[in-house]
Design a protein around this ligand. Structure first.
Ligand SMILES: Cc1ncc(COP(=O)(O)O)c(C=O)c1O
Length: 374
């Protein structure tokens, strides 16, 4: 990872942060109007942000609640414990792990890194846009590489798109919003083929839902490839989205470079979130239950879509990406009038994305959305 002078960082980061502050107004979420404290209200189906309807687990909740008694203390000691627990679980060194307030922080740091170098970010498209947003506002250019005909990452096309100014690749696998995944072996050989001066960020936010199980992860490649950064989150399968905890794993040279510019300065997390995450890591039964139940909820949606002949991608995640044509054109707005939230980003063109709730939520959703078939 290239060094960037502190002055340049400050200049660029001020520019970038102004843009982010202005931009974020559009994203403001009014918690006063939209109840979020529990998942399923009779009047609300929150199927828009790929959250976990089961979380947090009992053990995470208890640990987080207990930790609040230490809320007068900085979280440094607990952070170190979490870093060690993650490193042990993944078989890497402590100094190869960085914990952040959600993986959004890792993606933004990496995007800004590419921007400070006035470099190019190459990304399959559509994909999760956070890194590219932060890259652009910090001075990076972005090259979009279309997905293949089955909405999967086109790894060969990404390789061919790497140019002299490319500094960073964003590889989201499984991919948000399309819910597809690539074959792990192809991804491994892709990562090995990327030139060493180009960083690869593999975003594994949904890896626990992969149909390939643990082999889907690129984590074991971190030892081998100095240009690989894998990021993960506690927001999805672990059910801790509101706790804001994510992490990056990479060789120490990258982690220490990222850490220098980490606004949280190694302390962006809270004692409660770290204690919750520590407990969650030790509760694989909870993840297994969530993955199993997610598949049941997903099947309810598949069955309805099959019956209505709505085309969709088989999902390796906790959401489903479906063609929108069979529904009325303003289906998202119509649903939201009934307090049913689903997603349609402009980059999704003719698709909608539905997060998977508990099976009963999906049955309820199917009943409601049926009235908006066109
Ligand atoms: C692919 C992907 N990466 C990263 C994130 C950010 O997650 P968080 O900041 O909650 O860890 C999300 C959130 O939806 C996501 O879908």
């Amino acid at each position: 990872m290239q060094n960037i002078s502190r002055r340049k960082w400050l200049q660029k980061s001020l520019l970038a942060s102004t843009a982010v502050l202005i931009g974020s107004r559009a994203l403001a979420f009014d918690f006063g109007e939209t109840p979020t404290s529990t998942y399923a209200f009779k009047e609300l189906l929150r199927l828009n942000w790929n959250e976990n309807p089961y979380g947090p687990s009992q053990s995470a909740l208890e640990a987080a609640t207990k930790a609040l008694k230490s809320a007068n203390r900085y979280p440094d000691a607990l952070n170190n414990k979490l870093i060690e627990a993650i490193a042990t679980k993944l078989g890497v060194k402590n100094e190869e792990v960085m914990i952040t307030a959600g993986s959004t922080e890792v993606l933004s740091l990496l995007g800004q890194h590419a921007g400070l170098l006035s470099g190019e970010i190459v990304t399959p498209w559509p994909s999760f846009p956070t890194m590219m947003h932060f890259g652009k506002v910090s001075g990076a250019s972005v090259k979009h590489v279309p997905l293949d005909n089955e909405d999967r990452l086109d790894l060969n096309a990404v390789l061919k798109s790497i140019g002299p100014n490319t500094r960073l690749l964003f590889i989201c696998n499984p991919n948000n919003p399309t819910s597809t995944e690539v074959d792990p072996e192809s991804l491994r050989s892709f990562c090995r083929s990327v030139p060493e001066n180009v960083l690869i960020c593999v975003d594994e936010a949904y890896i626990e839902f992969s149909s390939h199980g643990a082999k889907a992860s690129m984590m074991p490649l971190v030892k081998e490839l100095p240009n690989l950064i894998v990021c993960r989150t506690f927001s999805k399968a672990y059910g801790l989205a509101g706790m804001r905890l994510g992490y990056a794993v990479s060789q120490n040279i990258n982690i220490s470079e990222l850490s220098k510019r980490h606004n949280g300065y190694g302390m962006a997390t809270s004692v409660a979130s770290v204690a919750g995450a520590l407990a969650a890591l030790e509760d694989p039964g909870f993840i297994k239950m969530c993955v199993t139940e997610n598949a049941k909820g997903r099947q309810i949606l598949y069955d309805a879509f099959d019956q209505w002949k709505v085309a969709y991608n088989k999902s390796s995640t906790n959401f489903v990406y479906a063609r929108a044509e069979h529904f009325v054109p303003d289906v998202v707005e119509k649903l939201s009038e009934q307090n049913v939230m689903i997603t349609k980003w402009p980059i999704m063109k003719n698709h909608i994305r539905i997060s998977i709730g508990k099976p009963e939520h999906m049955s309820q959703f199917v009943q409601i959305v049926e009235s908006f078939l066109s």
